[in-house]
Design a protein around this ligand. Structure first.
Ligand SMILES: Nc1ncnc2c1ncn2[C@@H]1O[C@H](COP(=O)(O)OP(=O)(O)O)[C@@H](O)[C@H]1O
Ligand SMILES: [Mg+2]
Length: 302
């Protein structure tokens, strides 16, 4: 996605994009989810962005907060990026959507009071200002546990006072944001839900847990990966259409996360220089051996 303009981005913000953007339907379609999950995500996002102002009048108004939690490599970030595009498309008739990416690691905690101040600024100045620009705004904060550290379980040596203050600032900031910017949807991800502050989690309107893929999903990811390769190298179409092969490979990928499955398939092309030179030479045997190598784990020197 292209960043709009060349202006310097506010602190903590790593990208600001206008959606829908052409050719960005890929991420949403690329992630295989249990039935109903995408509809639920799209429903939540549409309700909030379309009717945020009216919902604000209700007692128990939504916070406009969605949390995706699950192991690394299970598609959380990709789903959020995809959701931003599909909901922006669905609402395009009513105006464009601003997609803002925030890096929670960008708030320094070395200086006392510094991260608290920066987090406060993000929620009370930066995001409300960005939300003024277009009728809909989606903010993605990846690995939110860096910002909303669970205060109850956190030891003070590992989580200095300032980190706790930053969590407090994030919570009160979220409450203020809900009032100042009702048409703002905040998508957050975490690899480790127990590290996330309970009060933050309780503000979520929807918590989605992503799991490691089962054998059928892995077979689907393999089919998807090979199909994408076959778009670039049409000679690979027979491999992309070989469901028996996908099943056989999937059985050997037990325990892999989605990212590892995709990397294993891609690594098959890099096994030999001649194959790398001409990927259309890829065979079923190459795929089987690449998956077996990936299952053995990373190679540690010689
Ligand atoms: N369920 C899935 N279906 C298809 N691809 C997946 C799935 N889970 C992960 N992937 C792939 O793994 C890679 C990493 O996904 P990502 O969204 O970064 O995961 P996370 O944010 O959970 O660490 C992406 O290329 C994605 O396409
Ligand atoms: Mg991620």
């Amino acid at each position: 996605m292209s960043t709009t303009g060349t202006v310097r981005l506010p602190p903590g913000v790593t990208g600001v994009h206008a959606l829908p953007a052409d050719h960005h339907d890929g991420p949403w379609d690329s992630i295989i989810t249990p039935p109903g999950l995408k509809e639920r995500l799209l429903g939540q996002a549409t309700l909030l962005l379309r009717h945020g102002r009216r919902l604000q009048q209700l007692s128990g108004a939504p916070h406009g907060l969605v949390v995706l939690a699950g192991p690394p490599g299970t598609g959380k970030t990709t789903l959020c990026q995809g959701l931003a595009q599909v909901v922006a498309l669905a609402l395009a008739r009513r105006g464009a959507t601003t997609f803002v990416e925030v890096d929670p690691h960008a708030f320094p905690s070395e200086m006392l009071g510094e991260s608290q101040r920066a987090v406060r600024e993000l929620f009370t100045e930066t995001l409300p200002e960005l939300a003024q620009r277009r009728p809909h705004t989606i903010v993605l904060i990846d690995e939110i546990e860096a910002l909303a550290v669970r205060r109850s379980a956190a030891a003070f040596e590992t989580n200095p006072v300032d980190v706790h203050r930053a969590t407090d600032a994030a919570l009160s900031g979220l409450d203020e944001l809900r009032v100042s910017s009702p048409n703002l949807l905040m998508l957050t991800t975490t690899n480790f839900m127990p590290a996330l502050d309970e009060a933050f989690l309780s503000r979520a309107d929807l918590v989605v847990e992503t799991a490691l893929p089962d054998e059928d999903v892995i077979a689907g990811i393999i089919r998807g990966s090979l199909t994408e390769l076959a778009v670039q190298w049409p000679g690979l179409r027979p491999l992309a259409g070989d469901a028996g092969l996908h099943g056989k490979l999937a059985a050997r990928c037990a325990g892999f996360d989605g990212r590892k499955v995709r990397k294993a398939i891609l690594s098959a092309l890099a096994q030999r220089p001649d194959l790398a030179e001409d990927p259309e030479r890829l065979t079923a045997e190459d795929l089987v051996s690449a998956v077996a190598t990936a299952a053995e784990g990373p190679r540690v020197g010689t």
